[in-house]
Design a protein around this ligand. Structure first.
Ligand code: UDP
Length: 246
């Protein structure tokens, strides 16, 4: 896979089909693949937190969730092929169970939400076996028990929706203790699968305006979302060599 470096973060330049193929390929390999889908906010957080940048760079698959990351890659003249959002990739993996059955453990979101997501998945994707779920509001002393449950479930794919960067840090810290083939950070996708959060309408998603939809739904996100224009501005400055590249 071609790697495209965006502000020091090594993004995999893959299409949605290639990302899906990678995930399916990992089901027959040993070890746990760490998959993250950073958006502009996380890319900007990684500029301020070298530890987070390091975690992202140790992913097995790092894909661009969000039009902002793709736009930055174009500004930097190292264009990524396309946006591969976490929620869309999860849906493609679930659909693909028709051809290649796989099992899942859903980890994250508020109590009751992962369970609802599991119900919806089982009715919509009958070949996707849900081996267990766990909400995302736990104490650190419960972590060992949670990991044991995930491992004992025998699930192939662990979907971790603890919000970013908590989920990336959790996966990075625990991957060596996991038996699943894939551990993927999926942000708020569990809420979407459960039907407790809506995705932006298709025309907004296509226009790269998911951030606007999200902002209207959750105005409290505004301070965090200022990282999007900051990220684009940083890209423009680096493009024109106004700031040292990394
Ligand atoms: N979440 C969680 N545990 C936490 C914090 C968040 O399970 O300690 C869940 C939250 O319920 C939601 C998801 O993480 O389902 C994504 O949260 P948020 O929208 O804040 O994160 P982002 O979209 O920025 O990754």
């Amino acid at each position: 896979m071609e790697i495209i470096k965006i502000h020091g973060v090594m993004m995999d330049n893959v299409t949605m089909d290639e990302a899906l193929e990678y995930v399916i390929g990992r089901l027959d390999r040993t070890g746990t693949a760490k998959i993250y889908t950073p958006n502009s906010e996380i890319m900007m957080q990684a500029q301020r937190d070298p530890g987070l940048k390091d975690i992202l760079n140790q992913a097995d698959l790092l894909i661009a969730d969000g039009a902002g990351v793709v736009l930055a890659s174009r500004i930097l003249k190292r264009p990524l092929k396309e946006k591969v959002s976490g929620v869309d990739l999860v849906k493609r993996i679930l659909e693909n169970t028709n051809k290649r059955p796989a099992s899942f453990f859903i980890f994250g979101a508020r109590p009751g939400v992962a369970e609802k997501a599991a119900e919806n998945i089982m009715s919509q994707y009958p070949k996707a076996e849900i081996k267990g779920w766990q909400h995302g509001y736990f104490n650190s002393d419960e972590e060992d028990t949670i990991i044991n449950r995930i491992n004992e479930s025998g699930a192939d794919i662990l979907l971790v929706g603890l919000g970013a960067p908590k989920q990336e840090k959790w996966i990075h810290r625990n991957a060596h203790r996991l038996n699943c083939k894939v551990a993927m950070g999926i942000g708020g996708s569990i809420d979407v699968l459960a039907g407790t959060a809506a995705l932006a309408p298709e025309f907004m998603r296509r226009a790269g305006l998911e951030w606007l939809f999200r902002l209207v739904k959750e105005p409290r996100r505004l301070p965090r979302m200022m990282d999007l224009p900051r990220f684009i501005l940083l890209s423009i400055r680096r493009r024109f060599r106004l700031k040292k590249d990394s």
